[in-house]
Design a protein. Structure first.
Length: 334
């Protein structure tokens, strides 16, 4: 299949392009205002049949075309609206929107009922470890869940791109960017969530540190701490009645289980690809698994792991957080 790409930045070149190339898909158009960057990328990758354009208005959009939206986050919504009006299939990088005041219930309904494919790039929900954890929660494999702790972040320094540190492009800081992945996992694992409290250090700019407290319909408390100034460990930890389950947020293939009796179990899914572990079937990398589900949907299959509804809810939760923001103390993350 031929893909039209909107935004030729790090997200596309590092994550999506290698996966799509390996899957033998072609690139019809790459649209980015930085033409020189695109020219260099097309030359480097020898994409002779790919056309480049500065804006979406310069290309001819055909019904049933496939588009990847990977431009800055604050531009996702308007790009999505334009593409939906042309009846194309859309893979939109997260988040689906950054400002809840820019949309209404009617638009949210139109996204849910859109008769072409819309997926949002929450690829971590496709990881083996997260899917294993989801099944363990649903089956009460280790009893009920009592508490969830999630930590994410690292000292980013000057490595953050302009598209993130510029609020008009990003819509927010670490909560909007990295935090949206954690909130999406909470939606996958627990469905109904409410914000109990939210603190960050934005002070009118973008936040580089934040702390979120959520509660599920079953009264399970979830705490998410995020930082771009301190290393936070990057993990998800679920405290069950009979075990504590820990997984590395950026390691899709391993999980650590400490049972109440002191027994430790470490599962390495990478060694068991295409086999079964405790009635759980492993898959390939999360990003490639998501794209495979996307193309399956284009070919008429149902949504399985991805969720438009969850993607909308994640953005709503982030906006709820910003709406009740209080100041984070100076000792956070130390």
């Amino acid at each position: 299949m031929k893909i039209n790409v909107i935004g030729c930045g790090n997200i596309f070149t590092t994550f999506h392009y290698p996966v799509l190339k390996k899957m033998n898909h072609e690139f019809k158009n790459i649209i980015d205002p930085n033409i020189d960057n695109v020219k260099n990328f097309i030359k480097q990758e020898n994409l002779k049949g790919t056309k480049l354009s500065k804006s979406l208005g310069e290309i001819e959009i055909e019904k049933n075309d496939i588009f990847l939206i990977s431009n800055p986050s604050a531009l996702h919504l308007e790009t999505l609206k334009t593409l939906m009006s042309n009846e194309v299939h859309i893979f939109c990088e997260k988040p689906i929107f950054t400002n809840d005041s820019e949309i209404n219930d009617s638009f949210k309904t139109s996204v849910l009922k859109y008769n072409k494919v819309i997926q949002v790039g929450y690829y971590r929900r496709f990881s083996n470890s997260i899917q294993f954890l989801k099944h363990a929660i649903e089956l009460k494999q280790y009893g009920h869940v009592n508490f969830v702790k999630m930590n994410g972040g690292w000292p980013a320094g000057t490595s953050l791109p302009k598209s993130i540190i510029t609020k008009s492009l990003s819509g927010g800081g670490i909560t909007m960017d990295y935090g949206s992945h954690f909130i999406d996992l909470c939606m996958l694992l627990f469905k109904d969530l409410k914000v109990l409290s939210y603190r960050d250090d934005s002070e009118g700019g973008i936040e580089v540190n934040s702390s979120i407290k959520l509660i599920t319909q079953e009264d399970i408390n979830i705490k998410i701490d995020l930082s771009w100034t301190s290393f936070m460990g990057n993990y998800v930890q679920v405290f069950f009645d009979r075990a504590t389950v820990t997984l590395g947020f950026n390691n899709p293939n391993s999980i650590h289980i400490l049972k109440l009796n002191g027994q430790v179990q470490n599962i390495d899914f990478k060694k068991n690809i295409n086999s079964r572990i405790e009635n759980f079937e492993t898959t390939s990398s999360p990003c490639s698994s998501q794209w495979q589900e996307f193309f399956n949907q284009v070919n008429g299959k149902d949504e399985k792991i991805s969720s438009r509804q969850n993607a909308i809810k994640v953005s709503e939760i982030i906006n709820d957080c910003y709406g009740i923001r209080t100041q984070l103390n100076n000792n956070f993350g130390k």
